[in-house]
Design a binder for this molecule. Structure first.
Ligand SMILES: Cc1ncc(COP(=O)(O)O)c(C=O)c1O
Length: 457
């Protein structure tokens, strides 16, 4: 059969609340034209993030009842530990409440003034945790990976030549570890090839530098390798994932993505001394090493999610449904970051609204329009999030790209929900010339996208 269907049937449903355009006009105005300020009940299709928004399976919900809430030595922790060890081969599994907590612990130990951490592209929380420690976070994405218009199988890859140069200049003394984020969230969810993972490990290890993976979307990345990298078509995706981890010395993980849970994370690594230091911090900041900020039932659901996420029928449906959205938008002429990524479609708002300059925030204007048009919540990833405005000097530095991200929660929406999204975006595209830019009325000193207040121009 050619049609790929959702590999599940629905046992429990959550109603959606429909709103009309005049209502949404009022809601958006009251929210200061910031979609983060809108009550989730007023959103019809929520594509703000794929993080922590997955639907758990009946098996996971059932498993939660069996979760062991013991403070020390919880059976659920040992189940998670066993599953992660089997998958990653790492010796020490340190549970945390989410991914950034694992990052905080890791960079607390290896970061610090003068240190440099290279990555294909650091996710914001990774960058923030590195910078808070006093170290420098460096992105090494080759130009062809960053271009939204070029096609390519592995546009998430790190620039190996640039990595070698960086290591040659600074060496082991200043580079405590190298990293790869799979898939590369901050570069439109583009995958990283096995060859790039293996070579990053080789280049790092040659200079005695440990290599870590930011593994949030490891299963989606593994499936892309199966689809696109020569030699892997017949390899079970679980074996591909294991091979990815086999090159690394450790990983940080947010279970809120490919753990198929609403909360959870871990730090996993081989170095005994580093693990001891990490557990010491964990006890003070997260909790005892066998729960690390999570309830026993969270640990249980996480252990099961890591197993389910590697089911090939699930991954086939997952990657195909995101691609389906991307292909249909492309057919309508909507400019998107090509090719479609693993967890999201990124609309190129700069190309969608060429009459709106970066300082009038085309991404924000488009995200608002998608809400007004069809109750769809998306996320601006452009000059609101990454641009810098200095009102004292009247200067403005735009972001590299003006994007609107449509992140697809796992196992939540059906094909007809996605068809609705396509229709709505198609409508907005038809009347794109009428869309006006935005101005910022008020902004906080940091992370302005969360709480800034806007007004249409
Ligand atoms: C690539 C990547 N790394 C780290 C994180 C942080 O994970 P968490 O939100 O669980 O703290 C995220 C979250 O979106 C992510 O996408």
């Amino acid at each position: 059969m050619k049609i790929i269907i959702e590999p599940f049937k629905i046992k429990s449903v959550e109603p959606l609340r429909f709103t009309r355009r005049p209502q949404r006009d009022k809601i958006l105005k009251a929210a200061g034209y910031n979609l983060f300020n809108i009550h989730a009940d007023d959103v019809l299709i929520d594509l703000l993030t794929d993080s922590g928004t997955a639907a758990m399976s009946a098996r996971q919900w059932g498993g939660m009842i069996e979760g062991d809430e013991s403070y020390a030595g919880s059976r659920s922790f040992h189940q998670l530990e066993e599953n992660v060890k089997e998958l990653t081969g790492f010796q020490h599994i340190i549970p945390t409440h989410q991914g950034r907590a694992a990052e905080k612990i890791l960079f607390n130990i290896v970061g610090g003034e003068g240190q440099i951490i290279p990555n294909n592209t650091h996710f914001d929380t990774t960058r923030a945790n590195i910078e808070v420690s006093g170290a420098e976070a460096i992105d090494l994405l080759p130009p062809e990976g960053a271009d939204p218009r070029t096609t390519g199988n592995f546009k998430g890859n790190i620039d190996l030549k640039a990595l070698e140069d960086l290591i040659r200049r600074h060496g082991r003394e200043r580079i405590p570890l190298t990293m790869l984020t799979v898939t590369n969230n901050s570069n439109a969810g583009q995958p990283v090839s096995m060859e790039n993972i293996r070579k990053t490990a080789e280049v790092s290890h040659r200079s005695g530098i440990p290599f870590f993976i930011d593994a949030c979307r490891f299963a989606e990345n593994a499936y892309f390798i199966k689809l696109r990298e020569p030699g892997y078509q017949k390899t079970p995706v679980r074996d591909i994932a294991k091979e990815m981890f086999s090159y690394a010395d450790g990983c940080t993980m947010s279970g809120k993505k490919d753990g198929l849970v609403n909360m959870g994370g871990f730090l996993a690594l081989n170095d005994d001394d580093l693990a001891q230091q990490a557990r010491n911090i964990l006890v003070v900041t997260e909790g005892f090493p066998t729960y690390g900020g999570l309830a026993g039932h969270d640990l249980q659901a996480f252990a099961l999610g890591l197993d389910e996420v590697l089911e090939e029928d699930y991954l086939k449906y997952r990657i195909r449904s995101v691609t389906y959205l991307g292909e249909h938008l492309t057919d309508l002429g909507v400019p998107i970051f090509q090719p479609p990524g693993g967890h999201a479609i990124y609309i190129d708002a700069g190309a969608f609204l060429p009459h709106i300059p970066a300082h009038e925030f085309p991404g924000q204007a488009l995200a608002c329009e998608l809400y007004l048009g069809g109750g769809i919540r998306s996320c601006e990833i452009g000059s609101v999030m990454f641009g810098k405005t200095d009102s004292a000097n009247g200067t403005f530095e735009p972001a590299r790209l003006e994007m609107v991200r449509l992140a697809i929660p796992r196992r939540v929406y059906t094909k007809s929900h996605i068809d609705y999204v396509i229709e709505c975006i198609g409508d907005v595209y038809q009347r794109r010339d009428e869309i006006r830019g935005m101005r910022i009325v008020h902004e906080p000193p940091v992370l302005r996208h969360f709480t800034a207040v806007f007004a249409p121009l």
